[in-house]
Design a protein around this ligand. Structure first.
Ligand SMILES: NC(=O)c1ccc[n+]([C@@H]2O[C@H](COP(=O)([O-])OP(=O)(O)OC[C@H]3O[C@@H](n4cnc5c(N)ncnc54)[C@H](O)[C@@H]3O)[C@@H](O)[C@H]2O)c1
Ligand SMILES: O=P(O)(O)OC[C@H](O)CO
Length: 344
């Protein structure tokens, strides 16, 4: 029997993945909360706002009724931006097929609760099969079948492997990783560093600065991750360094573009409006800043981006503070177990 999948969220990523799955011969429905946008997509067979220039397969079923979207579907792909996920899950209660799996592809942390999306799902839907698909994957490139690699993680090996099979194509290679906490955090936290990389570009700084932000950003991502139970090596993989590279360097990245505007002096709110798409790093900075306090982890780049976004701090002052921090031994901040000692 053909797999039946629902994709929730008709932005660029939901649309790109719906196309990929349709091209594999899978029966796919895509749900958009906005009825006008759904109708426009049906009529034009294009997602003009979020993924222009890409033709939607005839077989893709586009709906604005969530019950219709998920009816009899075994896999539910969540591509709704993080802060909207909880409400969508509330709406799903009692509508899901028994044994359905949630495949989350959104990358962020819920503000206030500070929860990862797996935890939000558990708090709303209880013990349901869940996995996170993450990695360096701009929708604009996936929709054009540009070779891409991602990673899927779940607490259950069978779930991760089933989703690996479901998404794998000759142009979309899927790895598995058992470290759900690390995969979720890698996808979420890289957005903060991408904002920083964009700010640096907006200020007119160079490649040296960006390389510094990426490597030091990587260290603080991994430090928080370790404290939250993730494995350090996950951060060296697709959902850590891989995604950090693509997001900090690509002009497809909404987080990087938002950062550029902030570096040029635009306010947080005007940046959101100008980008007109999900910029997950803005709210995730807030959540990560609180998590860093909660776990007692020093995250200087995240703290400075928080200051710029939420406290009216000046980007130039943040840069100076980052450069003038206490002198450090680089290795002290890397893997505790691998710490180099000069004392012996
Ligand atoms: N675009 C990419 O290349 C890409 C790649 C990997 C992961 N992601 C992640 O996927 C998620 C979605 O990103 P996107 O790029 O598709 O965003 P987008 O801005 O292109 O689209 C977001 C879509 O979600 C809808 N939406 C927003 N809030 C909603 C809510 N509360 N309830 C229901 N629908 C809502 C919007 O109307 C829009 O259709 C984000 O977490 C992002 O980090 C994006
Ligand atoms: O456009 P961004 O910055 O949300 O990044 C999209 C993806 O996460 C890249 O892997």
């Amino acid at each position: 029997m053909r797999d039946k999948i629902a994709v929730l969220g008709g932005g660029s990523w939901g649309t790109a993945l719906a196309i990929l799955l349709c091209q594999k011969g899978i029966d796919v429905s895509i749900w958009l909360r906005d009825r006008d946008q759904a109708e426009a997509m049906m009529k034009k067979r294009e997602n003009e706002k979020y993924l222009p220039g890409i033709e939607l397969p005839e077989e893709l079923c586009i709906v604005s009724d969530i019950s219709e979207a998920v009816k009899d579907r075994s896999f539910i792909v969540n591509a709704v931006p993080t802060q909207g996920v909880r409400n969508v899950l509330k709406d799903l209660k009692g509508k899901l097929k028994s044994g359905a799996t949630i495949v989350n592809v959104s990358k962020g942390l819920e503000i206030n609760s500070l929860l990862r999306i797996s935890e939000v799902v558990e708090s709303e839907l209880g013990d349901i099969d869940y996995c996170m698909l993450s990695g360096p994957s701009h929708a604009e490139e996936v929709a054009r079948c540009i070779p891409t690699t991602v990673v899927v993680s779940s607490r259950k090996r069978e779930t991760a492997e089933a989703v690996q099979d479901l998404f794998m194509t000759p142009r979309f290679r899927v790895y598995t990783n058992p470290d759900l906490v690390g995969v979720e955090l890698g996808g979420a936290l890289k957005n903060i560093i991408a904002l920083g990389a964009g700010i640096s570009d907006g200020l007119g700084y160079g490649d040296n600065t960006k390389a510094a932000l990426m490597s030091r950003g990587f260290v603080e991502m991994a430090k928080l991750g370790r404290m939250m139970g993730a494995s350090s090596s996950t951060f060296s993989g697709l959902s850590g360094m891989g995604d950090l590279i693509v997001t900090c360097t690509s002009m497809h990245s909404r987080n990087r573009r938002a950062g550029i505007l902030i570096g040029e002096g635009h306010s947080r709110e005007s940046v959101r409006e100008k980008i007109g798409m999900a910029v997950e790093g803005i709210k995730t900075t807030d959540a990560a800043y609180e998590l860093a306090k909660k776990y007692g982890v020093e995250m200087p780049i995240t703290s400075e981006i928080y200051s710029v976004l939420y406290e009216g701090g000046k980007v130039e002052d943040s840069m100076e503070r980052l450069m003038m921090r206490n002198k450090k031994n680089e290795m002290e901040e890397l893997l505790d177990s691998e710490r180099a000692s000069w004392e012996k």
